[in-house]
Design a protein around this ligand. Structure first.
Ligand code: CP
Ligand code: NVA
Length: 330
């Protein structure tokens, strides 16, 4: 029996992605009104979720641990000082050993090939908790946030009814953007990306994003520019992330200089002609250089509901990949 893994939103059909978001939404409503759905109650009872984190984390760690506990399971946090991951033991050995004792591995690593290798040799589902290429748990939460904040059109199972919305991503083309663009393509949401010259989406990732839209009837379109105002034009949602991702600290000075002029501000939204009711999103952690306080703490900002939605996304993903063993159904 080969387990099913969640390494990227690209692993999901549009119907599966939309289902994970809808399940997150309905579990959120039920649990917040005081009723844990019967199907979730104790659904991880007696099961351990190993959390192998090679990098820092606030939201991913807290949401995964809280989700596992709400479902009756035991989260086991294994930081980089705790286990031998990739330092004194091969990924293969680690993967075989840990997966023989737990029901799920949630892993935060640097290289995508590391989490892919873990998955290849694991006998239990592996969920990517962020690598240099993807961040699927973040994107389930982000689409839940968009689903809650914009009125969805009537839609079938393969959609969230968000077709026609436009996201403007202004800043670095990174892991969060890549999975966001994959999810958007599948949901019929357009993404316009503005990066400084030399920081565009790499060609191989562009291919992955384009492939994600194959066979999707109204796939979202991806465009790129080096001019922030162009990306922002007619956008419903302005999104950014840090200019210096974990692992890029040595490039910090160079990046700060290269990204000058890419800060999200109300003035940029105005100059570029964003839609009147535009909203702002950011996966956090946030630094003032990529978005000013005026926008970040404004009523337009969805950042705190977006962060809370990481919990509901984690519950939905653990349900889909561990409880339902990769059979993603409503
Ligand atoms: N957004 C996100 O993944 O945050 P953490 O790095 O704090 O987990
Ligand atoms: N792009 C950031 C996201 C952190 C949640 C990083 O990889 O560090």
């Amino acid at each position: 029996f080969a387990p099913r893994h969640l390494l990227s939103i690209a692993d999901l059909t549009p119907a599966e992605f939309a289902t994970l978001v809808r399940n997150a939404s309905s579990h959120k409503q039920a649990i917040k009104s005081g009723a844990i759905p019967q199907s979730l109650l104790g659904s991880l009872s007696g099961k351990t979720v190993a959390m192998m984190f090679n990098k820092r984390s606030t939201r991913t760690r807290v949401s995964t641990e809280a989700a596992a506990v709400q479902m009756g399971g035991h989260p086991m946090f294994l930081g980089k000082e705790d286990i031998q991951l990739g330092v004194n033991e091969s990924l293969y050995d680690t993967s075989v050993v840990i997966s023989s004792m737990v029901s799920c591995i949630v892993a935060r690593v640097a290289k995508h090939s590391d989490v892919a290798d873990l998955a290849k040799h694991s006998t239990v589902p592996v969920i990517n908790a962020l690598c240099d290429s993807y961040h699927p748990l973040q994107i389930i939460a982000d689409f839940l946030t968009i689903y809650e904040s914009f009125t969805p059109k009537a839609h079938g199972l393969s959609s969230l009814g968000l077709e026609g919305l436009k996201i403007a991503w202004v800043g670095d083309a990174n892991n969060v953007l890549f999975d966001l663009a994959i999810g958007a393509t599948k949901m019929g949401v357009d993404v316009a990306v503005a990066t400084p010259k030399g920081y565009e989406i790499p060609a191989d990732m562009l291919k992955v994003i384009q492939t994600a839209g194959e066979g999707v009837p109204s796939a979202g379109k991806l465009t790129q520019t080096n001019v922030p105002e162009e990306a922002v034009k007619d956008a419903d949602i302005l999104v950014t992330d840090t200019w210096v991702s974990m692992g890029q600290e040595e490039e910090s000075k160079k990046r700060m200089k290269a990204f000058e002029g890419f800060q999200i501000t109300a003035d940029l939204a105005k100059r570029g002609g964003a839609k009147e009711g535009w909203k702002f999103m950011h996966c956090l952690p946030r630094h003032p250089e990529e978005v000013d306080d005026e926008v970040f703490y404004s009523p337009r900002s969805l950042v705190f509901p977006e962060a809370e939605n990481r919990l509901w996304a984690a519950i939905s993903a653990l349900e889909g990949f561990v409880v339902k063993k990769g059979k993603i159904v409503e």
